[in-house]
Design a protein around this ligand. Structure first.
Ligand SMILES: Nc1ncnc2c1ncn2[C@@H]1O[C@H](COP(=O)(O)OP(=O)(O)OP(=O)(O)O)[C@@H](O)[C@H]1O
Length: 592
């Protein structure tokens, strides 16, 4: 199965943490004021948190030994105020972070959904829905939650660390110097674990994407799984995918814990040294009891920002893994780029559609179309026929510019199709696939997706042409009938006819029906195609069907075999001149 591969540039970008961080900062920029407010609140909270050890020192060294009750009570009240102020400010900064996370998540979702909607069919066919969902859900959640509080947490840790360090220095510079080796030690341990943590985070996130993909595929296909009696097999595969997630997350968490324990152990040894030295100073009367208590509090507190930084580091890695995955999607270019400058196609078309030596290969596979040249004139009705796998659908997708040829050119009115904007092309060429997508909602809403301004009488007209009148008659709520998720409330043939009715509302100049009537019985298919041809007198029709008997009336039949055009002409001509066509037609008649 095709996977969205990052381009070289993207891989390079993805490898740079700086690039990922800058990308995130860019996304936070629109919310700079809110982030700034959160930062100021966090700084104040950090600053207040440094006051209480000093107050305790004053209490122990000054007010208590001199039995100054009112001063002692004042200090106790100040201590209480410090706690209340700190918790209020922390709460405020938490609330702001939450808001930033919400806004950031919404922005990212909009950006990813809009980008995915611009990507070409090839990309969507090659990635499971669950994987796409995981980018929009899991990864965005990870980025927004951690990204929004990251700045606060970093600033709070840095401020807290340096203010604490400065106060410690003032209290006792010799003891402070003993604590300084913590820093290079921390950096050393951090760098030792860095690569492993990053790798584990990437693995876990990637496994979540694959498992979500498997789950969505599984849940979307339960009736088919039951019919195939493949419950055990499919449950096994889906559960295995989630088991891989569990293993990856377990490995990630173990590494993180090991990282945390390693650092904390080193810091614990350091704290012992500091305390030992402090007690020594106290015995030499170089440090007061209050000074020792305050110093100890500061030393333990200095680990708080350090351990926060450690936790932040692991969380940042998880977040950056999500950033890389989202950036990979956002950097994926459509394989059918919308670079055409011509925003409107002049109508009526003069020369129509042309293929000039067109070849096509799916990804890097072998060509499935070989130097196909053909012309479909304006208002011409053409059928493309051939054996299964001969390349009919592929050719029709190239004509509709759902994919671009690997070699050769598709031209509209003598100009390469890529010179027109995709919007102009979609307005001019309408393509209806064999399995059309209908959306949950009413039949009327589904039809009006093609033309928002369509009146009820226009809807009625296309319903008649698509041979849906009797179906609509049976539905008590008519156009207001809700068709349910994926239009499961309609039969396959009804869905196809509804899609054709919808396509007719587009009033396009070229209409391609790619086996869009395959679920209909022969008389209904014939009546429908005839009615479509009558209605679309100003439209070029390209019809693909396995039932040649439905197509004998068209102006021209193009016969494909193994990706080559092997014959062309009216039904009568081909029946006489092409053994393959004759065989296809006769077999069908006998089978039919
Ligand atoms: N998405 C795809 N990826 C890789 N190969 C593909 C893909 N779609 C089609 N093919 C291959 O391209 C060839 C032509 O397929 P295509 O669907 O165009 O044939 P077709 O004539 O429309 O067949 P059918 O009548 O069965 O629908 C086949 O060999 C098919 O296996």
């Amino acid at each position: 199965m095709f996977r969205c591969q990052p381009t070289k540039t993207v891989t390079h970008l993805a490898a740079t943490t700086v690039g990922d961080s800058q990308w995130l900062l860019g996304r936070l920029r629109p919310h700079a004021k809110l982030v700034g407010f959160g930062l100021v609140t966090a700084i104040f909270a950090g600053a207040i948190a440094t006051l209480d050890p000093l107050l305790m020192k004053y209490l122990i060294d000054t007010t208590l030994p001199h039995r100054r009750l009112s001063d002692s009570l004042l200090i106790v009240m100040s201590l209480a105020l410090c706690f209340v102020g700190r918790s209020a400010l922390n709460g405020g900064s938490g609330l702001v972070s939450f808001r930033v996370a919400q806004l950031l998540a919404q922005d990212l979702r909009v950006e990813i959904i809009a980008h995915m909607t611009r990507l070409s069919a090839e990309w969507h066919e090659g990635i499971m829905v669950g994987e796409k969902l995981s980018r929009i859900d899991q990864d965005v959640l990870q980025i927004s939650q951690i990204g929004a509080e990251m700045a606060n947490a970093v600033v709070r840790s840095v401020v807290f660390f340096f203010v604490n360090l400065a106060i410690m220095f003032v209290l006792n510079w010799k003891m402070t110097i003993v604590t300084l080796p913590l820093l290079p030690l921390f950096i050393w341990v951090r760098s030792r674990f860095r690569g492993v943590i990053q790798e584990r985070a990437d693995q876990a996130q990637s496994d979540i994407g694959l498992a979500s993909g498997a789950l969505v595929e599984h849940l979307g296909a339960v009736p088919q799984i039951q019919l195939l009696g493949a419950e055990e097999d499919r449950i096994g595969r889906t559960v295995d995918a989630w088991a891989r997630v569990v293993r990856a997350q377990w490995a990630q968490r173990r590494t993180e814990i090991l990282f945390s324990i390693s650092v904390t152990s080193v810091l614990a040894i350091a704290i012992l040294l500091v305390l030992g030295f402090g007690i020594h100073e106290y015995f030499l009367d170089l440090l007061t009891l209050g000074g020792l208590v305050a110093f100890y509090t500061y030393v333990t507190r200095i680990f708080e920002p350090v351990s926060t930084a450690l936790e932040l580091y692991s969380r940042a890695q998880r977040m950056l893994a999500s950033v890389r995955r989202v950036r990979t999607i956002l950097s994926t270019e459509p394989t059918v780029p919308d670079l055409g400058k011509i925003a409107e196609i002049r109508l009526p078309l003069s020369t129509g559609l042309r293929c000039d030596l067109v070849s096509f290969a799916y990804r890097s596979n072998e060509n499935v179309l070989h130097r196909v040249s053909l012309q479909i004139g304006d208002r011409e009705n053409v059928a493309i026929v051939g054996r299964s796998g001969s390349g009919k659908s592929t050719l029709s997708k190239l004509l509709a510019r759902i994919a671009d040829p690997t070699a050769g050119t598709v031209l509209i009115d003598g100009r390469p199709a890529f010179e027109y904007s995709l919007r102009a092309l979609r307005q001019t060429i309408c393509y209806v696939p064999q399995h059309p997508v209908l959306f949950s909602g009413t039949i009327g809403e589904n039809l009006r997706m093609a033309n928002r301004n369509a009146t009820d009488s226009m809807l009625q007209q296309v319903i008649d042409i698509a041979q849906l009148s009797s179906v609509m008659f049976r539905l008590p709520r008519g156009l207001d009938t809700i068709v349910g998720p994926e239009a499961a409330g309609l039969s396959g043939g009804e869905r196809q006819r509804l899609a054709i009715a919808r396509a007719l509302l587009r009033n396009s100049s070229i209409l391609i029906l790619d086996e869009s009537t395959s679920a209909l019985d022969l008389p209904t298919e014939q009546a429908l195609l005839q009615a479509v041809a009558d209605y679309c007198r100003d439209t070029a029709l390209v019809l693909i069907s396995h039932r040649l008997r439905s197509l004998i009336w068209v102006d021209r039949v193009i016969l494909l075999e193994g990706g080559h055009v092997v014959a062309e002409g009216t039904h009568g001509l081909l029946y006489k001149g092409s053994k393959l066509y004759q065989a296809l037609y006769d077999n069908e008649t006998e089978d039919g």
